[in-house]
Design a protein around this ligand. Structure first.
Ligand SMILES: N[C@@H](CCC(=O)N[C@@H](CS)C(=O)NCC(=O)O)C(=O)O
Length: 206
């Protein structure tokens, strides 16, 4: 299998952590692919018309995207504990947590684009809306931190770990740990996992 990959993408990081956690890493060839919102990349578009990464190409040539679909597909290929609970309340909680983490990342990616504009180009109402959505999500996650800490490591935990690490990577100035001590403590445990340590986002990487 081929994976359109970047060492900086939090959505790609979800997939790579899952590969490492499940022992599937050797079955996937990583292909460095540059995805930029205003510069569609033909090499990615050959497999994902939206020019977004991650995109996985199966041995028969069929492409899969986006990260929730790729992660659930890969989770069907191993015999270890499932990252996507099969049924019942645990499944819906895991999928909701994944949706929250992915949704926060989507807000953060466009917020970052807005912040890179000159002050004259920036829209204050957008900046305020992004800040409110992220701070509200963090407050909700602080409430949920004890439940996160008590419930293993599934696709919800994996996604939220990547999301909080993306805040450290691109939004360090937000100081998200302030006011969220239980969430910070849970995230510290995520950062200790070998799969997380091997995938820390890095601007200096190729
Ligand atoms: N919902 C997608 C989002 C993927 C995404 O936005 N990836 C970014 C890189 S972190 C990207 O490819 N951006 C380029 C673009 O949107 O054109 C997923 O979960 O895979």
């Amino acid at each position: 299998m081929k994976l359109h990959w970047s060492p900086r993408s939090p959505f790609v990081r979800k997939v790579v952590i899952l590969l490492k956690e499940t022992g599937l890493e050797s079955r996937v060839q990583l292909v460095r692919s540059v995805a930029a919102i205003a510069t569609p990349n033909p090499a990615i578009m050959a497999d994902n018309p939206l020019s977004q990464i991650p995109a996985l190409v199966l041995p028969g040539g069929e492409p899969l995207y986006d990260s929730p679909v790729i992660c659930e597909y890969l989770d069907s290929l191993h015999d270890g504990p499932r990252f996507f609970p099969a049924a019942g309340p645990a499944r819906w909680t895991a999928l909701r947590r994944q949706a929250l983490g992915d949704g926060m990342l989507s807000v953060l990616l466009i917020w970052r684009q807005e912040r890179m504009k000159t002050p004259a180009q920036q829209l204050d109402s957008w900046l305020q809306a992004f800040a409110l959505k992220i701070s509200t999500a963090l407050d909700r996650l602080e409430d949920e931190a004890p439940a996160l800490a008590d419930s293993g490591f599934d696709i919800g935990h994996l996604t939220l770990g990547c999301t909080l690490s993306y805040l450290d990577y691109r939004f360090a100035d937000l100081d998200w740990r302030a006011g969220h001590p239980q969430l910070a403590s849970w995230h510290a445990g995520f950062c200790l996992r070998p799969s997380a340590q091997a995938t820390v986002p890095d601007d200096a990487a190729a």
